[in-house]
Design a protein around this ligand. Sequence first.
Ligand code: AMP
Ligand code: GLY
Length: 415
Amino acid sequence: MKILIIGNGGREHALAWKVSQSPQVEGVFVAKGNAGISSIATQVEIEPTDIPALVAFAQERAIDLTIVGPEEPLCLGVVDAFEAAGLVIFGPNRHCAQFEGSKDFTKQFLVRHQIPTATYETVTSYEEGIRVTESLSLPIVLKADGLALGKGVVIAQTREEVKETLDSMMNHHQFGAAGHQVVIEEYLTGEEISLLCLVSHNKLFPLDMAHDYKKAEEGDQGLNTGGLGGYSPANSLATDLHQGIQTLLAQIEYGLESEGFDFTGVLFVGLMVDHHQPKVLEFNVRFGDPETQVLLPRLESDLVELIQKAVANNLNEHDLQWSPQHSVGVVLHSKGYPQTFDKNHPIELPPSIASDQLLFHNGTKKIEDTIVNIGGRVLTAVGLGSSRAMARERAYELVKQIKSSNLSYRQDIGQ
Ligand code: AMP
Ligand code: GLY
């Protein structure tokens, strides 16, 4: 089989690493990949959003299965285009991708099906935003409705910040059309869990849980990022929480089916858990980054087989087998991220990596023989072990072997 993976980051590196272990696979292509991916797969110089070029490439090379990493091509309809050309692709179609493309779309779905989530109101002008927020207590969560590269959520601590955020999103078009509608939400507290599910024609098959570290600074302080580290499995679940999650997933399945969706791909359910009660924070319609880097090393099943079964509608929950090992992933990021940062600083990588460690590349590029940073998140160092503490130790040992003057990382991942 020949596989094409669409995307550039650590998630796609982990996907390429995992699918290349499948005995069925004879070639892996990644559009457009990064410096790490190039050692295990063929890099293809096509942008992940250039859908006509991706379709033409898949046809020319007779690609048997395409896997989509990021949300942008999904929201642009890459799945619809591949299917119209008779090509097999794993991801939700454009209609289903609205669950990530519009936060208001998801909130309406959650409310229609009585799925627990923060109370909200969607506004379409600055004035309406001010009026709605006046009666709410702080902090107030403000979300640009559309795609904003993971930067569209602001947790405003003061009235001034509420005003500034609404003003920059709605009057100054900080996120373009993505901010013309703003979802205003109740602030939730608790523990965040990333629950990724393989979805086969509206049926959800949850992967093991993962925990992601969203904030830029230690102790979960500072700005929101795409995710600076993670671990899996997440803390063991109390029975009532387990039941709460099962109920919630059944409600989502019922909602998808009864409303005539045909969702196949990945549904990433972001949960906030407080006193064992889960509430949905968001849906994403793709694998998470860095969740994928800590989940796939623990997946014993053949991912290609799982995806083929999901597409063919014969996936069974027993098909998913997990290693009892723990994994911890630490993201090394460019100094300054999630705000502005410098690119093209050289990075020195260790000459070899132990069997209980993995190094996935996010934003890297090879210039002649030198690897340099070109993204905010640059590398994910993963450690494996029989406990989270051991996995954490292995991950940080790998981190310390990476030399660059322009990289930084959180010290408290997996603690
Ligand atoms: P989202 O893209 O909607 O998941 O939001 C990004 C991050 O903002 C989440 O992972 C949470 O850490 C935080 N967040 C989003 N919504 C809320 C909320 N209602 N209450 C508290 N934190 C939130
Ligand atoms: N790590 C969160 C995400 O992938 O959206």
